[in-house]
Design a binder for this molecule. Structure first.
Ligand code: SF4
Length: 330
């Protein structure tokens, strides 16, 4: 597993972040653009964005944008979703190489072959795909879920149908547990959430008596079993806002999430749960998604200036659009 945070070939010359932020503000107006930023990108990018949020919130925000251009600071499948929901708009992604290990774990051709095999075996099922999938996979699915609405969508699948859940096995296992439905799981996972070590979490709990563990449902079961609150990023944010008593939260998700949590509920202390690097056995201070880390202020400025890289409409986006709209916007 390659856990390098930044591709050395993409090293950028230092530029003052405040100058870059001013330039981005100017370019936004000049280019008639709106910036959407996921909670997992750097805090300074979240600060220049017009909308911040998790996948579900940003997919919904994307439909409210009135400018001709959307710049999506996140990863490729998210920018694809923004384009699918806004076919007439120009959608830019600061770095086209910002992928997602989870989306890549479920290629469309392998999913189509698996679905055909299950049908040949007599299974009568609907496919529920986590939003962290390519548009091609979405077009092969019946429903799209995010960690924020997954439970609700699972409940909408008729009781006489089986469910094939792709691609995150940990989220799937968690959903099976909370919904009481049996799910056929795809063996995918997110590289960032996969490396959380339960020993590190237990040590962090011991060192912070009285703390509360909040975890993303993409984390392995061993971590979820030790957690006090499980929820997607938006649910986490609401949970800390609703907690009035100053609390120490041990946060088991991408470490950039500390930024929106601190902004939303500054009365608390947030400690990122350390992960254990599988390759080296070293404990790292935080869990950064190497794909999200490809988003930088410089690349954001450059893509606003040059009008690229752009997400180009593909024929299968039409089918993906039907599924996304039914699942997330109705
Ligand atoms: S944190 Fe995991 S699921 Fe999210 S974009 Fe990165 S690799 Fe994909």
């Amino acid at each position: 597993m390659n856990l390098e945070l930044v591709d050395p070939s993409s090293a950028e010359e230092y530029e003052d972040p405040l100058d870059l932020m001013d330039e981005i503000d100017r370019l936004k107006v000049e280019k008639d653009a709106t910036i959407l930023a996921h909670y997992y990108v750097d805090g300074e990018i979240q600060d220049v964005a017009d909308f911040n949020g998790d996948s579900l919130k940003l997919a919904r925000d994307a439909t409210k944008v009135s400018t001709s251009t959307i710049v999506f600071c996140g990863v490729h499948f998210m920018a694809e979703s923004a384009k699918i929901l806004n076919p007439e708009k120009k959608v830019l992604l600061p770095d086209m190489l910002a992928g997602c290990s989870l989306a890549e774990s479920c290629p469309a051709d392998r999913l189509a072959a698996h679905q055909a095999k299950l049908r040949a075996e007599g299974h009568d099922f609907e496919t529920v795909a986590y939003i962290n999938t390519t548009a091609a996979v979405k077009s092969l699915s019946d429903w799209i879920v995010t960690s924020g609405n997954a439970r609700e969508i699972i409940d909408r699948v008729p009781a006489d149908k089986e469910i094939l859940f792709v691609p995150d096995q940990h989220l799937g296992r968690y959903l099976a547990e909370v919904s009481g439905r049996e799910l056929m799981l795809w063996p995918g996972s997110c590289m960032v959430h996969e490396i959380f070590s339960v020993q590190d979490l237990l040590r962090a709990k011991r060192n912070n008596p009285g703390s509360e563990v909040i975890a993303h449902p993409e984390c392995p079961k061993t971590i979820l079993d030790e957690s006090d609150f499980i929820g997607g990023t938006e649910k986490m944010r609401r949970h800390v806002m609703e907690t009035t008593e100053p609390t120490t939260f041990l946060v088991a998700t991408e470490s950039a999430m500390i930024h929106p949590l601190t902004k939303s509920a500054p009365q608390h202390t947030y400690i990122p749960v350390p992960g254990l690097m599988e390759s080296t056995g070293e404990t790292c201070a935080c869990n950064r998604c190497p794909h999200m880390a490809r988003n930088t202020l410089q690349k954001l400025r450059d893509c606003l200036k040059n009008g690229q890289p752009e997400i180009v409409w593909q024929p299968y986006f039409e089918k993906a659009r039907e599924v996304l709209t039914r699942s997330l916007l109705q």
